[in-house]
Design a protein around this ligand. Structure first.
Ligand code: G3I
Length: 377
């Protein structure tokens, strides 16, 4: 039984998504079963061989050769599974803790710090030469947010500021030098609409809380790259415009913001061609980096759903890479573990590997785009 909370958001997003013109490019032509990605090459593959012998390349090596940060969300609880680890290490050069760095996980009560699961992920990354994206420092979304009640009960601005500074500084100091990019504020805009979301932080600290969070994070770790992370701008032109306006205001005010993450939860299984490219170009014109940070693409009702899914994965990678976006993170990598099962119901198979860790056509579409962009072209 799906938690009611997800149904609320799912129906709101479905209304938005229903407006999206789901025009897909012609099927990629990959067979429904898709070419199976080659077994991991144990040899060291240089950039050159990725160009000349692409089949000898793991997807991770193809990403490295393309100068792309190819990441995925991981759960500490799955790292003891050999197939999970092997597939992860052959495919990605970056990982994002799906939940372990969120306030409710890592700092559940005023005097309790639960660093263990996040430490496990960061230690795994260090041992396997993986980058880590810190997700996230500040997020209060009334239905599925991740701020503990003890924080939501603080109504005094000075006390809330003290608590926030303590939280952000403690977490960022612990992982300084190991976590190089942070989602400082997650989803500051309305899920559906284009206003500033009326979360607890805005309610107590005012509209300028977003800029304030970035300043606190920058003081905590001046070397870290600080991102604002937003959802559902792929289908909502007004919300995309509001995101651009928010980022422009932050940049114009001298806020230490380095990048913007467009999550890429393509709930309808598609996105209108060109929308991402246009959004990325406008954001980059403000002087910030852009990234796809939580990509997943539930299969649609298409006659050949895995082909259609692969086409959209390829489209997203192409528009990102063509717009000089050099970071793409999927929100999980195997259909065995995906939040979409809760959000939309089981069986939507949104990720590049199936439940048995077999590569799908979507993975080949990702590889194809990486191989097209070798040597950072
Ligand atoms: O760990 C507890 C477990 O001890 C408990 O028994 C269980 C039952 O309540 O809950 C477990 O925590 C859950 C957690 O996922 C780990 O599975 C939380 O209830 C649940 O709310 C949480 O959902 C996560 C959600 O963010 C809210 O934090 C999803 O896994 C995660 O995929 C989702 O990811 C978000 C991004 O952070 C931001 N962008 C949107 C994206 C999708 O909602």
């Amino acid at each position: 039984m799906r938690p009611r909370r997800f149904v609320a958001i799912a129906s709101a997003l479905a209304a938005v998504v229903g407006l999206a013109a789901a025009s897909l490019a012609a099927c990629s032509g990959a067979a429904e079963t898709g070419r199976v990605a080659p077994p991991a090459s144990q040899t060291t593959t240089t950039r050159a061989s990725c160009t000349h012998r692409p089949d000898a390349c793991t997807t991770r090596q193809a990403a490295d050769a393309a100068g792309v940060t190819l990441g995925t969300a991981v759960a500490a609880s799955h790292l003891d599974q050999a197939d999970y680890r092997r597939t992860l290490l052959e495919t990605f050069n970056s990982i994002t803790p799906e939940n372990e760095l969120k306030w409710s996980s890592i700092h559940p009560t005023p005097d309790t710090w639960n660093f263990g699961p996040a430490d496990q992920i960061v230690d795994f990354a260090q041992a396997n030469d993986l980058q880590v994206k810190g997700h996230n420092l500040i997020w209060d979304q009334k239905v599925i947010g991740s701020t503990p009640d003890w924080v939501l009960r603080i109504d005094d601005p000075a006390e809330l500021r003290r608590v926030i500074r303590d939280h952000i500084t403690t977490v960022m100091h612990r992982y300084r030098g190991k976590v190089d990019r942070w989602d400082v504020v997650n989803e500051p805009l309305d899920t559906v609409g284009s206003g500033l979301y009326d979360n607890h932080f805005r309610h107590v600290l005012g509209d300028d809380y977003v800029a304030e969070m970035f300043r606190i994070a920058h003081e905590a770790d001046p070397e870290a790259h600080l991102f604002l992370n937003e959802a559902a701008v792929e289908y909502q032109p007004a919300k995309a415009g509001a995101l651009i306006a928010l980022v422009k205001r932050l940049v114009d005010e001298g806020t230490p913001i380095d990048g913007v993450g467009v999550q890429g939860h393509l709930i309808s299984g598609s996105v209108e061609p060109g929308v991402l490219r246009t959004l990325f170009d406008e954001l980059r014109s403000l002087g910030v980096a852009v990234a796809i940070t939580e990509l997943d693409i539930p299969t649609s009702s298409d006659a050949r759903p895995l082909d259609a899914q692969a086409t959209v994965y390829g489209q997203v990678l192409a528009e990102c890479l063509d717009a000089s976006c050099r970071e793409v993170t999927t929100w999980g990598f195997t259909d065995r573990y995906t939040w979409i099962d809760d959000f939309l119901g089981p069986g939507r198979a949104p990720l590049p590997f199936d439940r048995s860790y077999r590569p799908k056509s979507a993975l080949n579409a990702i590889r194809d785009e990486l191989l097209l962009h070798q040597n950072g072209n």
